[in-house]
Design a protein around this ligand. Structure first.
Ligand code: IPM
Ligand code: MN
Length: 351
């Protein structure tokens, strides 16, 4: 198969972890006789420095015409403490999600047998966890009307959803539940928010089309608690953008490390694959960042492209590296640790 993949390394540790994913994908391509044409493009602070904006039109062209986008990380500390900055790296990510129509963010949470005891949560609580948080990604408070009142002392961000936006996300959620454990939980704050009441009403009306799916409705504050108390209660969770942002960081604790969790952002055209961690600027350039979340994101990419065996192969070598201790220092617990690039080389040579 010929694959045309847009490669957006981004900022901080982005380029380092992306390099390792490329090594692994190239090894897969050699083994299965695929041809991957990598199309690098600028995004984030790197793009601001080069051309003055975080998601340039050229980059959009590259992404829109690719079979998939593999993305590293975005963000730079020099913007974080400057509330007056007009252009920010994160705006690039939001613009990209919007322009590519990536309305659903798929964030799986699972455990690795060799890492269960690395989680701060007790083994019996988390062993066997296998859930997906499906986060709405192009609506809600991230994209609602925002601003300041004239005096500058009052600011607002609004959470807006249309029935159609909720329906397309919920449809994906129902379909995913059908292909898995047939349980769907709609997470909202319907006791307070009108937009949440529209979510509930919309999802309730869709239940009849999926009679096999057991649907529940829970408030986001209660889910924040139950997610770490008894994550095995969940199969597929659907939720709006900001709630999903918060719950997915929380859920990453279950797996033992944020450095392991992959994600996919999907819409009706091209899809994007990225680790859920950020640009981790303190580690940039040191060859110490954990590349596994990006490598596992590439596995999700192959799976979505219909290349299941290739995806399984990547997951197999990642599990092997974990059980054999070929890991970066975040997972080595003071024992022998490997550099980012060494882990990448090891994975590629074990494909
Ligand atoms: C994420 C990130 C982004 C978000 C930031 C970087 C804009 O936290 O992908 O979860 O809030 O969506
Ligand atoms: Mn986030």
């Amino acid at each position: 198969m010929k694959l045309n993949i847009a490669l957006l390394a981004g900022d901080g540790i982005g380029p380092e972890v992306i390099d390792q994913a490329v090594k692994v994908c190239d090894a897969i391509a050699t083994k299965y006789e695929h041809e991957i044409a990598w199309k690098p493009a600028l995004t984030g602070a790197a793009a601001i420095d080069a051309v003055g904006e975080p998601y340039p039109d050229d980059t959009h062209e590259v992404c829109a015409s690719a079979d998939a986008v593999l993305f590293g990380a975005i963000g730079h500390p020099r913007f974080d403490n400057d509330p007056s900055a007009k252009v920010r790296p994160e705006q690039g990510l939001l613009k990209m999600r919007q322009k590519l129509g990536l309305f659903a963010n798929v964030r799986p949470t699972f455990t690795f047998p060799s890492l269960i005891d690395k989680s701060p949560l007790k083994r019996d609580r988390i062993e066997g966890t296998d859930l997906i948080i499906l986060r709405e990604l192009t609506g809600g408070v991230y994209f609602g009307k925002r601003g300041r009142e004239d005096d500058g002392n009052t600011a607002y961000d609004t959470m807006t959803y249309t029935r159609a936006e909720i329906q397309r996300l919920a449809k994906k959620g129902f379909e995913m539940a059908m292909a898995r454990g047939k349980k769907l939980c709609c997470v909202d704050k319907a006791n307070v928010l009108e937009s949440s009441r529209l979510w509930r009403e919309t999802v309730q009306a869709m239940e009849k089309d999926y009679p096999e799916v057991e649907v529940s409705y829970e408030f986001v504050d209660a889910v924040a608690m139950r997610l770490v108390q008894w994550p095995k209660a969940y199969d597929v969770i659907i939720t709006e953008n900001l709630f999903g942002d918060i719950l997915t960081d929380e859920a990453s604790v279950i797996s033992g490390s944020m450095g392991l969790m992959p994600s996919a952002s999907v819409g009706s055209e091209v899809s994007l694959y990225e680790p859920i961690h950020g640009s981790y600027p303190q580690a940039a350039g040191k060859d110490i960042a954990n590349p596994l979340a990006t490598v596992l994101s590439a596995a999700m990419m192959f799976e979505d492209l219909g290349l299941q065996q290739e995806a399984d192969d990547i997951r197999r070598v990642v599990n092997k590296s974990l059980s054999e201790g070929v890991v970066t220092e975040d997972l080595s617990e003071g024992g022998k640790s490997y550099k980012t690039s060494e882990v990448g080389d090891w994975l590629a040579s074990n494909i």
